[in-house]
Design a protein around this ligand. Structure first.
Ligand code: AMP
Length: 222
């Protein structure tokens, strides 16, 4: 099964993508994670993307086209994938359609997770990442301890530059102006599934899975 997860920054796409990837046994393809790894590894891709990412701006479409084409062509994506963070512009959506055609991918589910802006700002400013394992936590859950619950690293929590409030507002504006219009591009051709992202993590997962099941094998045309 191929799933595209859509929604503004902080709506819970990454969390849901990881859970769906495990439950459905398909890889989680996060363009944000791929770029962050490239920044850490100081590859040419990382060096060209880093400044934009730190400001919460979009990395150029040309860089993203190569990255996504290469990733989706990998063997591990043959049985399906959960795509998280791509497309973010109409040009990327057009390019993705071409890639899907080349790879003969025809049956893609579009899942849109929604939440209001103030809740998103509250959630994102409360996020802390572990610089050892990369997992994300809510500040309220870890503020009384300096040990990462996932990997046991000590004093490893930090706030990502792109989770600071001014950067978050910038990311939300970019989402509204540049990324949300992608939904209009898809509206005529895909049966998108809308899910309320303010429910609990488990409820959101269950709602996605049951809506996907209801959609059954009905073809969503690329
Ligand atoms: P994310 O973790 O998905 O929020 O992505 C983190 C950052 O990576 C974004 O703020 C962008 O700077 C960059 N990025 C990720 N995916 C894309 C994309 N599809 N197009 C452009 N930039 C992207």
């Amino acid at each position: 099964m191929q799933i595209m997860l859509f929604g503004s920054p902080g709506v819970g796409k990454g969390t849901q993508a990881k859970i769906l990837s495990t439950k459905l046994d398909i890889p989680h393809i996060s363009t944000g994670d791929i770029l962050r790894q490239a920044v850490t590894d100081k590859t040419p891709l990382g060096l060209s993307a880093e400044e934009k990412m730190n400001k919460g701006e979009l990395v150029s479409d040309n860089i993203m086209f190569g990255l996504i084409a290469e990733t989706l062509a990998q063997d591990r994506c043959k049985k399906g994938f959960v795509l998280d963070g791509f497309p973010r512009t109409i040009a990327q959506a057009v390019e993705l359609d071409k890639i899907f055609n080349q790879l003969n991918i025809k049956d893609v589910r579009l899942v849109v997770i929604t939440a209001n802006e103030e809740e998103i700002v509250r959630r994102l400013t409360n996020r802390r990442a572990c610089d050892n394992c990369g997992n994300i936590f809510n500040y309220n859950d870890i503020r009384n301890s300096n040990i990462c619950p996932s990997c046991g690293a000590i004093d490893s929590f930090y706030q990502r530059d792109d989770d600071k409030e001014d950067v978050i507002r910038n990311r939300l504006n970019i989402y509204k102006n540049t990324t949300e219009p992608v939904l209009i591009y898809y509206r005529s051709r895909r049966n998108e599934i809308y899910i309320n992202g303010l429910d609990s993590v488990d409820e959101v997962t269950n709602n996605i899975l049951s809506e996907l099941q209801k959609a059954g094998s009905s073809k969503i045309i690329v």
